[in-house]
Design a protein around this ligand. Sequence first.
Ligand SMILES: *Cc1c(COP(=O)(O)O)cnc(C)c1O
Length: 470
Amino acid sequence: MHYVSTRGSAPTLDFEGVTLAGLASDGGLYLPAQWPRFSEADIREMRGLAYPDLAARIMAPFVAGSLTDDELLAMTHKVYGDFGHAAVTPLVQLDQQHWLLELFHGPTLAFKDVALQLLGRLFETFLERRGERLTIVGATSGDTGSAAIQAVAGLERVEIFMLHPKGRVSDVQRRQMTTVRAPNVHNLAIDGSFDDAQAHVKRMFNDRDVTQTLNLGAVNSINWARLMAQVVYYFASALQLGAPDRTVAYSVPTGNFGDVFAGYVAAKMGLPIERLIVATNINDILHRALSTGDYSAGGVTATITPSMDIQVSSNFERLLFDAGGRDGGAMAAQMHGFESSKAMQLTNSQTQGAAALFSSTRADQTDTARALQWCWRAAGQVIDPHTAVGLHGAQAAASTLRTDVPIVTLATAHPAKFPDAVERAIGMRPGLPARVGDLFGREESFVELAGDYATTRDHVLEHAAATSAA
Ligand SMILES: *Cc1c(COP(=O)(O)O)cnc(C)c1O
């Protein structure tokens, strides 16, 4: 499989290349040159496959040329065999029409594990092949950092420096990062905000003093391999609900548009998806873009769903490129316009292409609390606030769908990751699952650094094992 950039001028790469590159050199994002397609008969044959076997079946066309079927299968068994539930991503029924797809049975209790656990293995395999090492530098306000650390802890050829704003991530989230004891994991608590930490990371990628000595890598959701891994659970859940003989709708709590774009990919591959509901909190740039065509960034307001508090959604570019006819030159011009003015209007073909599959909703704090309460009282399930934003979207869209179409809400985090917001809504504090139960008994390890850029850069350069591409 070959991959092309949404902005048309970066070199075409194979799967190994896009996995290690992350962002394309022209500033765009990589997508497969064409969508692999499964027939109805192919999909019917997938019924009953165990998750790791299904994962290998779905991902095989994307990795072709870079991994053999046996290598891929060994990887999916290793990665998904370690999840906390035998079904990996189990479905839970809420009522006649509504279902939850639980994506939080990985080591850090959020859906990001499903993709990042695989990404860690892919890095190690490809780096070994090339005889290279990789230094991952990232900034986190919570979920991504812990999932990335868990994914690479103990790997031989990968080292990770994760910056978090000191005192501004929750205790659970901090401990999920700082209690991981492995020689290749470095936690840095920076004096300042998440935006300051993020700015340091961006600057390091453009700092020749750093890039000449270290082979830098990123783990954010612009990495194609992450989206690919997320396509699998759309197939797994739709198959259980009767696909390909029945269509299914999904409501997806959305931030960077990664998770819901994976649903779009599943549809492109032939999975009969009735609708993808893009569920946002009050940081609703995507809801505005999909409902009015106006994609303009405002400020970010902090909410009880911090993983969806975004200003711009990087993966949205992938949809605009694909739905708008795959014109890289036009996409580059449109995105450069957006980058300078922080606003753009979608073209007609982009709007129509998106409207064929997507709708969108927005939940404020009251909507979120109500969905959480409904789920607890009517269905006996405790959900996290991000999932509640998704469930609100599912309920809002229900009247516009035929009643025989199941609506699956993606449960993106375990409620115990956000105990305060859950307790405020339903008066009960969710406990951590047994497999992470001693989180508060484990010793933490992190370095505190002053807020300026030079301090962080010098610390990374001093503590990184020499990893130049040589
Ligand atoms: C990251 C995250 C999201 C948003 O996912 P995107 O792929 O960025 O749209 C939603 N919920 C939780 C709990 C997350 O960690």
